[in-house]
Write a protein that binds this ligand. Structure first.
Ligand code: GLA
Length: 444
């Protein structure tokens, strides 16, 4: 019989055994963790209970500041106002993409006479308070960017030495989210500096979701780390970028997916995720030029399993109807937004039985007692592979299942229930190369 959700919460993480003293308490579920964490300093403040969603300028618009040559795509108030309008008019806001995020290259190169940061007056003539008001009037949140070091990665002003002053200024502009990058900062100082900014944000009187880039900068992206950084991050930030910057290519997106797949065997990586603290796989490339439709479906389905923030970084006037349907697939968005721990790899079959057969099964336990499952064909030769789904794999994410358990499947890309009830590993689906199929599994 299927366990109640509460039973699942209480038993799921206990199967893991961590020898790391720092992570003993992480064996508790995220629900219990919240109670433990409330005893010490912890960023469990009711914000980002689901992964943040929105539009972010960086990948598509980088740091173009020449508005004469590139009037429609330079980093300017026009770009962000247009993104705000399109988020609303193209239905993205309704689908859950609730924020427009400025990224690097918005500021002047010097502080003003008071020592404050200021927006470049040529590109932001109305000022950032007015831009924030514009977003808020449209029902959109104002996402913002700065850097914890002396400079941003693009060489603009950073916050080092001015944490309180800069947060005061950003708060006066009405920001709702702060991505705080880690360029031009000594890694040894990141712990204290990110913690300090987190405390200042908490005391600011404004709800600001805090996104920290710290782990993206540590050696080997933290893969050799014992989890201490992740534990701190889950206490001081709502979300954090773990890995390399995404680019508009399958090579880049698949390297991110591989990093996630590798690290779901790393317990701290999974266990720190949950309401208020999310690993961030970086922006979605869906709607751009570099991915095929199959690859776009793969990125979107897996970001739902990863519980990653969903940030579009695309020209919203150019998204094809097929890509838009992916981005606005309500059922997959609702998997992403589920207030539960991120999913893991349940099985990975490489070069077996033939060298071109490379398939993974990912699963995530959802709060309503069902399971989201993605069957990925990560091979890139051959037309398709018949992937068998074995329901007993779900025991790894808390389900009480055997090889005889019965279940039904709903296909999230067709939006239809699959006919019939299945037992054990009876369910088989063809999956094309570099593609996925995504299902909700309901135990009978
Ligand atoms: C880093 C970040 C990117 C972007 C750029 C801006 O590379 O990871 O997401 O913010 O800086 O310069």
């Amino acid at each position: 019989m299927e366990k109640s959700h509460l039973q699942k919460i209480l038993t799921f993480p206990l199967k893991y055994h961590s020898t790391n003293r720092n992570f003993r308490r992480m064996k508790l579920s995220s629900a219990l963790l919240a109670i433990v964490a409330s005893l010490s300093y912890a960023k469990k403040d009711g914000q980002a209970l689901s992964p943040p969603m929105g539009w972010m300028s960086w990948q598509r618009y980088v740091c173009e500041t020449d508005c004469e040559t590139y009037p429609d795509s330079c980093i300017s108030e026009n770009l962000y106002m247009k993104a705000t309008d399109l988020l609303v008019s193209e239905g993205y806001l309704d689908a859950g993409y609730s924020q427009v995020s400025i990224d690097d290259c918005w500021s002047t190169q010097e502080r003003d006479d008071n020592g404050d940061q200021q927006a470049n007056p040529d590109r932001f003539p109305s000022g950032l308070k007015a831009l924030g008001d514009y977003m808020h009037n449209a029902g959109v949140k104002f996402g913002f960017y700065s850097d914890i070091g002396t400079h941003t990665c693009g060489g603009y002003l950073g916050m080092k030495g001015n944490f309180q002053r800069d947060i005061d200024k950003f708060v006066s502009w009405g920001i709702d989210y702060l991505k705080l990058d880690g360029c031009y900062e000594d890694i040894a100082e990141m712990h204290d500096d990110y913690t300090e900014v987190s405390k200042i944000l908490d005391a600011s009187g404004r709800d600001i979701v805090f996104s920290c880039s710290w782990p993206a900068y540590v050696n080997n992206h933290g893969e050799d780390n014992d989890g201490e950084i992740l534990q701190t991050l889950s206490e001081i930030c709502h979300t954090w970028r773990n890995f390399d910057d995404v680019a508009d290519s399958w090579n880049s997106v698949s390297s991110i997916i591989d990093y996630w797949a590798r690290n779901t065997t790393d317990i701290p990586f999974v266990q720190v995720s949950g309401p208020g603290s999310w690993n961030d796989a970086d922006m979605l490339m869906v709607g751009n030029n570099g991915l095929s439709l199959s690859e776009e479906r793969t990125q979107f389905a897996l970001y739902a399993i990863f519980a990653s923030p969903l940030f579009l970084s695309t020209d919203l006037t150019k998204v094809s109807p097929e890509s838009k349907a992916i981005l606005q697939n309500r059922e997959i968005i609702s998997v992403n937004q589920d207030q539960s721990q991120q999913g893991i790899v349940l099985s990975d079959i490489s070069n077996d039985p033939d060298w071109w057969v490379n398939v993974r099964t990912f699963g995530r336990a959802l709060s309503d007692g069902t399971y989201a499952v993605v069957l990925q064909n990560y091979g890139n030769m051959g037309p398709y592979v018949n992937i068998k789904f074995d329901v007993s794999l779900l025991s790894q994410i808390g389900a009480s299942v055997t090889t005889e358990s019965q279940y039904t499947m709903r296909n999230l890309y067709t939006g239809k229930d699959v006919e019939g009830t299945f037992t054990g590993d009876e369910f088989v689906v063809p999956v094309e190369s570099s593609s996925v199929e995504m299902f909700i599994v309901t135990l009978a």
